[in-house]
Design a protein around this ligand. Structure first.
Ligand code: F6P
Length: 322
């Protein structure tokens, strides 16, 4: 069998580990793998080539994706998808491994349904916002990157007795924000799914901290928070309370860097498992982790509502910041 593999959407540390595992497990089972460059964008124009085992040397420990990636709005339309199916037929590719997030899996689900291409998904996004899995590649690394950065900010916040608002990624999910806030002992966290996500609640919390004698604070703000981006919240606080605060947007620093051991381990396990299942004739699934076990979910499950950060973590952050 000839398999195609692509990475799609925002890159995430651990994607290279998954590519390597796909290629090498396929090699071990006597299958051939072609790399498709720049995700669905590259598939539309047939940007693909054989990916031999040796081409994956020394990529396990590297961030980014050796196949490059893209966000491809065109793939939401039927005609480009039909063109892509034609490209796969021309190249003799019978099955496709898609490493990406929610949008990439939705596209794979439609693509398989419309054109009968056997698809397998490997979760790769620093947002950790896919239903059916408690882990996605890149989340663990991004979390550690954010925590390391905030530990540094904490030093200077404490020296100057300042409030810092630190924005972390997560367009529509507070997963990264909540876990970062808990891991670095933040005084507060703003995230879209929070039951008390409001400017007023934040001000009340900061006032209470001040009265308790806290002279410096870290507030983690999820990029997609409904109160606003960190810069806007900071401006509003300055205007209302004349605070000497600073805003840091961590941005794409969170997306790069060498993958953590866990992201390498799960990238390797999922890459190999995807190929083993395709080899057995299975398709239309994506892999995940639930309670420590490797699981497979039907691709259609991606349409279910995305998971929300556990509410008890939000409460714990408040209790521990006393
Ligand atoms: O999907 C992952 C993610 O990092 C989001 O957290 C963020 O909102 C988005 O990608 C940024 O995308 P881009 O790199 O295309 O600006």
């Amino acid at each position: 069998m000839r398999l195609g593999v692509l990475t799609s959407g925002g890159d995430a540390p651990g994607m290279n580990a998954a590519i390597r595992a796909v290629v090498r497990q396929a090699d071990a089972l006597g299958h051939e793998v072609w790399g498709i460059y720049r995700g669905y964008q590259g598939l539309l124009v047939g940007d693909m080539a054989p990916l031999p085992s040796r081409a994956c040397a020394n990529i396990l420990q590297r961030g980014g994706t050796m196949l490059h990636t893209a966000r491809c709005a065109e793939f939401y339309e039927a005609e480009p998808r039909a063109r892509a199916a034609g490209k796969l037929r021309e190249a003799g590719i019978e099955a496709l491994v898609v490493i990406g997030g929610d949008g990439s899996f939705r596209a794979a689900e439609t693509f398989q349904r419309e054109h009968g291409v056997a698809c397998a998904g490997i979760p790769g996004t620093i947002d950790n916002d896919l239903s059916g899995t408690e882990r996605t590649l890149g989340f663990d690394t991004a979390l550690n990157t954010a925590v390391e950065a905030i530990d540094r900010i904490r030093d200077t916040a404490s020296s100057h007795g300042r409030l810092f608002l630190v924005e972390v990624m997560g367009r529509s999910s507070g997963m990264l924000a909540v876990h970062t806030a808990l891991a670095c002992g933040a005084e507060a966290v703003l995230y879209p799914e929070s039951p008390d996500d409001s400017y007023e609640a934040l001000v009340t919390r900061l006032n209470a901290n001040w009265l308790r004698g806290k002279r410096s604070s870290i507030v983690v703000v999820a990029e997609g928070d409904t109160v606003g981006r960190a810069m806007a919240v900071g401006e509003r606080l300055k205007r209302d309370h004349a605070l000497d605060l600073r805003v840091v947007v961590l941005g794409h620093i969170q997306r790069g860097g060498s993958p953590s051991a866990m992201d390498r381990i799960w990238g390797s396990r999922w890459g190999a498992e995807a190929v083993r299942r395709l080899d057995c004739g299975e398709s239309g699934f994506y892999l995940g982790e639930v309670a420590g076990a490797l699981v497979a979910q039907p691709l259609s499950r991606i349409l279910e509502p995305q998971p929300v950060p556990p509410g008890d973590l939000g409460r714990l952050i408040a209790i521990l910041a006393r």
